[in-house]
Design a protein around this ligand. Structure first.
Ligand SMILES: [Zn+2]
Length: 145
């Protein structure tokens, strides 16, 4: 799949303009491309309690799950993500968001950086994932959790 990085970065810059960031004044936008060719976006949403602040990637992943997949698989799978600050330049996802993006696109998800796209596995090596849960779960533990 050919990834139009300038278009993805522009979509991230556009949504960064809608960020709610009165405390840090760091407006962040994230745009992700799905395997279906859809572009989903998110922006950061701060909160006076700070701990409740949502990164732009949180909004993107929420939008991803809210978006019906053209192929019928739900949710759509991310293949590329661009995150930018209000100035339009790339911004790397924080640790929490790298973990969120891992479950949304896997280790091969391409992340835009100032030096070009890199697989998420390079930004989150030795990641913790769902397989770790199933491998280390106590026998008889509730499987529905
Ligand atoms: Zn984050």
């Amino acid at each position: 799949m050919k990834i139009d990085w300038p278009r993805l970065r522009a979509a991230a810059a556009d949504v960064a303009g809608r960020a709610y960031a009165p405390y840090s004044r760091l407006h962040v936008g994230a745009a992700g491309l799905t395997a279906d060719g859809l572009v989903v976006t998110g922006c950061n949403v701060e909160n006076a309690s700070f701990g409740l602040t949502l990164c732009a990637e949180c909004g993107l992943v929420s939008a991803l799950h809210a978006t019906p997949s053209a192929s019928g698989s739900a949710p759509p799978v991310l293949v590329a993500v661009a995150v930018v600050a209000g100035d339009g330049d790339p911004l790397l996802p924080c640790g929490r968001c790298r973990q969120l993006l891992l479950e949304a696109g896997g280790p091969e998800l391409l992340v835009d950086t100032a030096g070009g796209p890199v697989p998420l596995a390079e930004l989150l090596p030795a990641a913790f994932g769902g397989a770790d849960l199933s491998a280390r779960r106590e026998p008889g533990a509730a499987a529905s959790l």
